[in-house]
Design a protein around this ligand. Structure first.
Ligand SMILES: CC(C)(COP(=O)(O)OP(=O)(O)OC[C@H]1O[C@@H](n2cnc3c(N)ncnc32)[C@H](O)[C@@H]1OP(=O)(O)O)[C@@H](O)C(=O)NCCC(=O)NCCS
Length: 173
């Protein structure tokens, strides 16, 4: 089981009971505005949590979903993780979101750094990529501070089929 400890945050694997923690954010338009999924109904959040838990015992792992909580008091801060890309050994995509009340406190940056270190040191990931909406400069900063490099313009596709303009980031081990 993955557990990553930073200065102020702890990243841990999901439990079934986490649906109640995750769903308010996963259904919040402020959070999902620049994501490739959502806003979720509760069934979608539950399916995500169940898929993430099933992935914990698969080899190779298809997904690493990690809950971010505050080290100081254990409160829920958000979600992060990385997904190995099928048929591209060593390549994974990463993502994250933070509860709106907790934005601007450096939590996403700290979580991203922990994910980058774990993916490359312990999970065999040699190429980590992310696509952030062109309209999401806070995420661009998080990725840069996390050690990824801006590689150029691109797109990503929302699960509803909408294609969004993006800035692409990459880190090679
Ligand atoms: C993007 C997001 C994760 C950032 O979380 P956070 O915990 O507030 O991020 P941090 O505090 O670690 O860092 C944010 C950085 O962005 C900067 N920033 C914030 N708003 C900005 C803006 N409008 N323009 C430019 N930079 C901005 C901050 O100044 C900070 O950089 P700095 O430390 O150099 O000053 C959060 O806003 C969020 O959850 N958004 C919705 C989900 C999302 O977009 N996820 C990413 C999808 S690719």
């Amino acid at each position: 089981m993955v557990e990553l400890i930073g200065e102020r945050v702890r990243l841990r694997e999901l439990l079934v009971s986490d649906v109640a923690l995750i769903h308010p954010g996963a259904s919040d338009p402020r959070v999902v505005r620049y994501m490739s999924w959502g806003p979720n109904d509760e069934a979608a959040t539950r399916a995500f949590v169940e898929r993430s838990i099933a992935a914990q015992s698969l080899d190779p792992r298809p997904q690493y979903a990690l809950l971010i909580e505050a080290l100081a008091d254990g409160r829920f801060l958000g979600m992060t993780g990385f997904d190995p890309v099928p048929n591209e050994p060593g390549h994974a995509t990463m993502g994250y979101w933070i509860e709106p009340d907790e934005w601007g406190n450096g939590y996403a940056t700290e979580a991203a750094k922990l994910v980058v270190r774990h993916a490359s040191s312990d999970a065999g990931i040699t190429r980590l990529t992310a696509a952030a909406s062109v309209d999401n400069p806070a995420s661009h900063r998080v990725l840069e501070k996390g050690g990824l490099t801006r590689v150029g313009p691109g797109t990503f596709t929302h699960e509803n089929g909408t294609v969004l303009e993006a800035v692409l980031f990459e880190r090679r081990a």
